[in-house]
Design a protein around this ligand. Structure first.
Ligand code: WTA
Length: 650
């Protein structure tokens, strides 16, 4: 792990963008004073604040207590009974929202579907009833491996309706990665498709499922959506077509009341070991958190068309494509494919056509758009946009100002939202009518959230000094455990700085109380907004017969944020050539997914290690970044290794 002194902010950004008075006048939170008062109230009496948020949910049985906190174990809205799918659907059916679009979907080839709240409710009930018929029960785990099609949201909501816990696996993961996730969660069912469209090609999801389930004894049934019409093998005893499964099933299925703490979903994310962790989220706390953050951070209005471009396979897709917007009765737009299909203006064309009001995307996408050139957005009328958001990694001020100027017409506020898979929802972000923006800063905590920058010993860092970002009080959307490994939950999140939630990010807080997140301080990298553990990639590399040892580090990359650099030592007699490089990249693609392929692979005779045998990652990071290593190297076991690596670099 890097030491605190390594966390030096290179940002010298001083600009402040005040809130637009016209925007503020219509916002849910209208001024800095209003935000400060709300924040103060929420932290002086968090129970009262969150209880109020909880009252916005629809309950079968009201909770009797807001929080039971036995650090690190939290129970929120204790004693309450509810169902997420009835919160996202049924409660809107008695209002004018019933005939409003819940989901506007566009496929990559240009096909479209609009589902009103009533229609979505029917689809969810029908599919839930069908799942029940094939034996899906409350408490079962269901793996979902789908492209960005409405069925992804329908499947999630149908699971929630039955009280089954879903585990969505991003469609870019390989068969091996899918297999491991299915086995870890012991999923009994898999929901997939015959394919999905990406850059004009079909992603062969069903083939990957077939390969995965050969080694997943827990799986009984595989449900397959017909999306592309690509021929796929169907195992007669195991596989069912979605459309045949639901044919003739009435759209009636009561929502199962579940306990507040019932696990709504598991989502696997990368950590510092080779094994991904199944982050477990609850029902009531999670929903309350995403509902209130969607409303206040995106300043949601009834008439808004809201578009979060994240894939359903990541937490952003869970919280801010599906659950947050639908709980609010909003119209959420889903797009299946790539942003440059057929041309680099697909996003802007979609915004113009549907008159999108709120756009939430990732810095890596923004940097890619800047590279493609202003002419693509400028071909389109983007005047419907009123708010922009970013998530996933620190945004560099250049990309921020481009986003504001070219996409937002210097008119739209930008919310830079900091959060994690583990946090469930947004924790630090401006409220757009109340908190002035500084490019590159996620600004101030959401009401009820108490972040702090601390040193190793847990003491607050001085203003503008780098340190570890921690959260000092529990919040409703926090993860409850790591699936099947509560000890890991305690160790990784609650033991680094005792009594506080350890985020794994380095940050500083400036003189105005603004947070500047500088990125991970552990061995997790952010490649194009995909969170990857370097250990995971190292394990994949050493599983190749030619590799004896591997170290993977991140290096800065203009577009991706970070790129992956692998240092690899080979078994004696192996030819270190480009063919092997290619083979190793393919191997990682097969083990994890194409997005995890290392950008650089360097062969080396040995890796630099400390006397205790730890790989000196800091040196490798400097080498990978092309920086001369200036750090202290006296602990190097073998100086010649570093010299050798440098030579190989030249
Ligand atoms: C990083 C994505 C700076 C951070 C929701 C965090 C950010 C990790 C921001 C979580 C932001 C996310 N500014 N860094 N606005 N948002 N990060 O689990 O390092 O995929 O720990 O969740 O992304 O990534 P994850």
């Amino acid at each position: 792990m890097a030491s605190v002194t390594d966390i030096e902010s290179v940002l010298k950004e001083k600009r402040v963008f005040p809130c637009d008075p016209a925007f503020a006048a219509r916002a849910h939170v209208k001024s800095a004073d209003e935000y400060e008062a709300l924040y103060r109230r929420s932290t002086e009496d968090p129970g009262a604040f969150w209880a109020e948020v909880g009252r916005e949910l629809s309950w079968f049985e009201e909770p009797i207590r807001t929080l039971e906190w036995n650090c690190p174990d939290a129970k929120w809205f204790v004693g309450g009974k509810l169902n997420v799918s009835s919160n996202c659907l049924d409660r809107h059916l008695t209002t004018v929202r019933r005939n409003q679009a819940a989901i506007i979907w566009e496929g990559e080839p240009g096909d479209t579907r609009v589902l009103t709240y009533q229609m979505l409710h029917s689809e969810v009930c029908r599919f839930a009833a069908a799942l029940k018929r094939i034996g899906v029960h409350k408490g079962d785990r269901v793996a979902i491996y789908l492209p960005m099609i409405p069925e992804a949201a329908i499947a999630m909501l149908a699971c929630a309706r039955l009280g089954a816990t879903h585990s969505v696996v991003f469609g870019g993961f390989s068969a091996e990665a899918l297999r491991d996730r299915i086995n870890d969660a012991q999923a009994r069912f898999v929901i997939t498709a015959d394919g999905g469209w990406r850059r004009g090609a079909v992603v062969a999801l069903k083939d990957a499922v077939d390969e995965a389930v050969e080694e997943t004894p827990s799986v009984e049934r595989v449900v397959v959506v017909k999306r592309t019409g690509t021929p796929v093998k169907m195992n007669r005893r195991r596989d069912l077509w979605w459309d045949e499964l639901v044919a003739g099933v009435p759209a009636a299925c009561e929502a199962e009341p579940v306990d507040s703490e019932h696990p709504l979903f598991i989502l696997y994310t990368s950590g510092t070991t080779g094994k991904p962790k199944g982050v477990v989220h609850s029902t009531a706390g999670y929903l309350a958190h995403v509902q209130v953050t969607t409303k206040l951070v995106f300043d949601l209005k009834d008439e808004d068309i809201y578009w979060c471009t994240a894939d359903i396979g990541w937490v952003t897709g869970h919280s801010y494509v599906v659950y947050g917007p639908l709980a609010n009765g909003a119209t959420t737009l889903m797009y299946e494919g790539a942003p440059n299909q057929p041309q680099p203006d697909r996003f802007w064309e979609i915004i113009e056509r549907y008159k999108v009001n709120v756009l939430y995307t990732a810095p890596t996408a923004i940097r890619t758009f800047t590279r493609w050139g202003d002419e693509w957005p400028q071909k389109h009328d983007l005047s419907s946009l009123r708010l922009l958001g970013t998530v996933g990694e620190p945004i560099n001020p250049e990309a921020w100002t481009w986003y504001r100027r070219v996409i937002g017409g210097n008119r739209c506020p930008i919310v830079d939202t900091w959060w994690q898979t583990e946090t469930g929802g947004i924790l630090i972000s401006p409220l757009p009518g109340a908190v002035p923006a500084k490019p590159g800063s996620c600004t101030k905590p959401f009401p009820g959230i108490v972040p702090e920058v601390v040193n190793r010993d847990g003491k607050p860092a001085a203003t503008n000094d780098g340190g570890y970002l921690v959260i000092k009080q529990p919040w409703p959307g926090m993860l409850r455990t790591v699936w099947g490994d509560h000890a890991r939950f305690v160790k990784e999140y609650w033991s680094q700085v005792p009594g506080m939630y350890f985020t794994g990010d380095g940050a500083r807080r400036d003189e105005d109380g603004y947070f500047w997140v500088m990125g991970r301080i552990d061995d997790v990298v952010n490649v194009s907004g995909h969170r990857l553990g370097t250990m995971e990639i190292e394990s994949a590399l050493v599983s190749h017969a030619c590799v004896t040892e591997a170290a993977v580090v991140g290096r800065p990359d203009e577009i991706k944020g970070e790129a992956l650099a692998a240092f690899v030592t080979l078994a004696a007699g192996t030819r270190a050539d480009d063919a092997l490089r290619k083979e190793l990249r393919e191997h990682v693609g097969k083990e994890i997914g194409a997005f995890a392929k290392p950008d650089d692979i360097r062969f080396t005779e040995a890796l630099p290690k400390t006397r205790s045998g730890k790989i000196m990652r800091r040196l490798l990071r400097d080498l990978a970044a092309g920086k001369e290593s200036v750090g202290d190297t006296t602990t190097l076991e073998d100086f010649s290794v570093l010299a050798k690596l440098r030579e190989e670099d030249e």
